[in-house]
Design a binder for this molecule. Structure first.
Ligand SMILES: *Cc1c(COP(=O)(O)O)cnc(C)c1O
Length: 469
């Protein structure tokens, strides 16, 4: 064993090994990076030799092993960590898969702004310093009817900012029926604690009445807050105080009324019979003081949080120290501007991928499924592929009660489990993410773009080969 350890070549010798040298040359790698990988490979090989997990006949065999492991280690390091995937889960806003895909126009704008200098904080007409707050505010005002708006890092940041700015060390009244947790990491109660606002819970889980608010109001009260229970739907013996009732109460007691709306729907999906989510316009027209929502949920844009509402409050937010802390970068503004613009044209159901996938009809999806099934069936395949009627979800903690009728393909193999098929597909390039239902792998075509059908076909062919090996 010690003999073997002594046969390990020194790092400088390994660095000069022809295989390592040619890999370095081909990839224009600096030697420090390569050295680090060699060193960490040597460390684990030493351990494995000591534990007698591996052994070698001679020095050459050992050296080759080290060289191969080092190259593998560098290759792994070079492969991208964030990369595109095929979302075959049918969940349109999949939080783990990056939520909204950007409209094509937004993607183009991001590239332009990334490559060039831009008017981020420069008014090129007047030749003076401009403000990033002005970049999208007019669009938001026009689309929602709000007097004013500000954009921050995400909607969790919106909530934090509103509470810090207007309710620090004071009480904010929230119904117990609205104290939700979203996505496992956002809890209104935790954000409130962090912001220094004091949570005053009222009512019960299923029922809250206007008198609950009235009884809780005192001279420590700063705000009445409504939280949209985005990912959770209550049925049965329930009563929540409506937005309009809250606005009336706020006026009577001269208290700010703020709603954390979460999803931020601008395009009315109820016109397609989908869900019963209020639009941002509905919320603003109730006379609410402030509303906040995400950029990458039903809006279909980049990750941002938008706070919209009364100008006197938004002006205060723009001057707040947190505006600097939570501010949004130029690439997000570029994407957000173009996302908002999709709503000014009657092509939003075509141009905005989030809206497009949500309203995608069963017939369209079925056609895509049939094209793939038709093509693959003509090949010899050991896979059992079947067209399936499915139900897909909007996701991202939005419209939890909505099930969208969809179509897809189920995959089975006479020798391999659904877990195995799922694993092989997610290790392909690009990875294809599926769901498993009743021991079958399911590809839901709601979230597969027609131009990705070709990749799906290639993946299915590769799957057949991999599973028959
Ligand atoms: C999603 C959501 C949030 C968090 O928004 P992010 O943009 O993910 O930070 C906050 N409140 C509600 C009601 C939500 O639905």
């Amino acid at each position: 064993m010690n003999q073997m350890l002594r046969k390990i070549p020194p790092v400088h010798e390994l660095l000069n090994h022809p295989s390592i040298q040619s890999y370095m040359d081909n990839h224009q790698l600096i030697s420090d990076v390569v050295k680090e990988h060699i060193q960490s490979v040597l460390e684990s090989i030493r351990q494995e030799i000591q534990l007698q997990k591996i052994s070698f006949q001679n020095r050459d065999e050992l050296t080759n092993y080290i060289v191969n492991q080092s190259v593998l280690s560098i290759q792994q390091f070079q492969s991208p960590n964030i990369r595109p995937v095929i979302n075959a889960t049918g969940t349109v806003l999949h939080t783990n898969l990056g939520r909204a895909r950007l409209p094509e126009s937004a993607v183009k704008k991001v590239l332009e702004v990334a490559e060039n200098y831009s008017t981020l904080e420069y008014d090129h007409e007047k030749g003076t310093r401009g403000s990033r707050h002005d970049l999208v505010e007019d669009y938001i005002k026009e689309l929602t009817g709000a007097e004013s708006a500000i954009v921050v890092n995400n909607n969790a940041a919106s909530v934090y900012m509103v509470l810090s700015a207007f309710a620090k060390s004071k009480e904010t009244i929230v119904s117990r029926g609205e104290l939700v947790e979203i996505g496992g990491s956002f809890r209104v109660s935790s954000i409130m604690e962090e912001s220094g606002a004091i949570l005053k819970e009222i009512g019960t889980t299923n029922k809250t009445h206007p008198y609950d608010y009235e009884q809780a109001i005192n001279d420590q009260t700063a705000m009445l807050m409504k939280v949209h229970t985005s990912n959770f739907h209550m049925l049965g013996f329930t009563k929540q105080v409506s937005r309009e009732e809250l606005v009336t109460l706020g006026k009577e007691h001269q208290l700010m009324v703020y709603e954390d709306l979460g999803s931020g729907m601008l395009y009315d999906l109820t016109s397609w019979g989908i869900g019963s989510e209020p639009t941002i316009q509905d919320v603003i027209s109730s006379g609410i003081d402030l509303v906040s929502f995400s950029g990458d949920k039903l809006l279909g844009g980049p990750q941002v949080g938008v706070i919209a509402g009364k100008k006197k409050y938004i002006d205060q937010l723009k001057k707040h120290q947190l505006a600097r802390v939570l501010r949004v970068d130029k690439l997000s503004y570029a994407a957000l501007e173009e996302t908002f613009k999709t709503y000014f044209y009657n092509r939003v159901t075509v141009d905005n991928p989030t809206i497009r996938d949500i309203v995608k009809t069963k017939e369209e999806i079925l056609q895509q499924v049939n094209e793939v099934l038709h093509t693959i069936n003509s090949n010899e395949s050991s896979l059992v592929l079947k067209g399936e009627e499915l139900l897909s979800q909007v996701g991202g903690g939005t419209l939890p009660e909505v099930q969208l009728e969809s179509y897809g393909i189920s995959i089975m193999h006479h020798k391999h489990s659904a877990e195995k098929i799922h694993k092989v597909l997610r290790q392909m390039n690009p990875p294809m993410i599926t769901r498993i239902e009743h021991e079958k792998v399911i590809l839901d075509f709601r979230t597969i773009s027609p131009h990705d059908s070709k990749v799906v076909l290639q993946h299915l062919e590769e799957l057949t080969k991999t599973l028959s090996m």
